[in-house]
Ligand binder design. Structure first.
Ligand SMILES: NC(=O)c1ccc[n+]([C@@H]2O[C@H](COP(=O)([O-])OP(=O)(O)OC[C@H]3O[C@@H](n4cnc5c(N)ncnc54)[C@H](OP(=O)(O)O)[C@@H]3O)[C@@H](O)[C@H]2O)c1
Length: 334
């Protein structure tokens, strides 16, 4: 697969987000599923894997790293492995799932990294993100810890997720940031405002939820059911009954352009994300081995400038539903 640059790193142009194997998209997967999913990604040329210390369940808060580690170990030299620190479960809260709180206490970061390295069966991470900024800790203080970890060889590069622009600039001045990981898809474009800054500072964008949690694959309709106990899509706005009708015209157009490329709508959606800049890398997530192959195939879908513009214009013009956690540029009442 074609490679892309994220600051100091080189990664496969499409990565894989492993979160959904442990939470948000159904009951947690077992070891066998992790093995199959990793094998399917590697076979498709996807070598950039994304996890976080908090991808897990109430009973097994580090489920994702714990199951991913042994499976990735034999391939460690060939892969680029990213994990995240900086949010933790508030175990004092009686609410379930426990609410998440930001904690970037520099002493805490080091112990968090040691935990991740142990679970991931490795002695270094290629990319270590601050998952959410902590208002109690200055960006310079976090960046200094990252500089120390890079010097020690414990991490190769660092990044931030969903941090404000001034936080990125200040942190980058102390220790260069390689990647910002933000929600980004056709239906969640609020972070396009950050693109000039990322370009100026040579920082890559890792696009999470690039399929808007799957809706941009066009594979779901009024009959789709999501188990409210394990599947966050049960309450996401884009999977509500009225949203399917709202998205119809836009999705018909996307489907038509996809067919012209002999591609699927998921591939077109990922290709549009990648066409925005050479330093953007989407990390779709799937439990389905065929879909993993399909998503990797998006790297072959090359859109012309006119096609990218036509889709972007349609996103401005046509009605579409809100998406979870995103802010579309325009939501029509009709
Ligand atoms: N930094 C952060 O705060 C943050 C937040 C959220 C996520 N992330 C990272 O980003 C990764 C990706 O996010 P995401 O999982 O929300 O991304 P996504 O790819 O937009 O959504 C995943 C959902 O889409 C479905 N899907 C994927 N490919 C499909 C296809 N070709 N056709 C039909 N359905 C498809 C999957 O269902 P199936 O499994 O049934 O295929 C899954 O339910 C996560 O795994 C995590 O690593 C980071």
């Amino acid at each position: 697969m074609e490679q892309r640059k994220l600051g100091a790193l080189q990664v496969s142009a499409i990565g894989y987000g492993a979160m959904g194997l442990s939470h948000a998209y159904g009951a947690p997967c077992d070891e066998k599923a992790f093995q199959e999913v990793v094998a399917a990604n590697l076979a498709a040329g996807v070598t950039f894997f994304d996890t976080a210390e908090i991808y897990g369940t109430n009973d097994d808060p580090h489920h994702n790293e714990r199951l991913l580690g042994p499976v990735l170990k034999p391939h460690r030299a060939q892969i680029v492995l990213a994990s995240k620190f900086g949010i933790e479960f508030d175990l004092t809260s009686p609410k379930l799932p426990h609410p998440l709180v930001a904690n970037a206490d520099p002493r805490k970061i080091k112990s968090a990294l040691e935990g991740s390295l142990k679970r991931l069966h490795t002695d270094y991470l290629d990319l270590y993100y601050q998952h959410r900024h902590d208002p109690k800790v200055e960006p310079e203080a976090v960046a200094e810890v990252m500089a120390g970890l890079i010097k020690e060889g414990k991490i190769r590069a660092w990044g931030v997720s969903e941090a404000p622009a001034d936080y990125i600039r200040r942190a980058h001045a102390v220790c260069p940031i390689s990647a910002v990981q933000n929600r980004y898809s056709m239906l969640a474009r609020q972070h396009e405002a950050l693109f000039p800054l990322l370009s100026e500072l040579n920082i890559g964008l890792v696009a999470f939820s690039p399929l808007a949690n799957g809706i941009l694959s066009g594979s779901y309709d009024q009959n789709s059911h999501f188990d409210p106990k394990y599947d966050y899509r049960a309450t996401m706005p884009q999977f509500q009954q009225e949203s399917y009708a709202q998205n119809q015209a836009l999705f018909a157009l996307l489907s038509k352009i996809a067919q012209e490329h002999e591609a699927t709508m998921a591939q077109l959606s990922l290709a549009w994300v990648m066409a925005q800049a050479p330093w953007i890398v989407p990390i779709p997530g799937s439990r389905n081995l065929e879909r993993i192959k399909e998503n990797a195939g998006a790297a072959q879908v090359k859109l012309t400038y006119a096609e990218v513009q036509a889709i972007t214009d349609a996103l401005e013009r046509l009605p579409h539903s809100a998406v979870y956690g995103g802010a579309p540029t325009k939501i029509h009442a009709d």
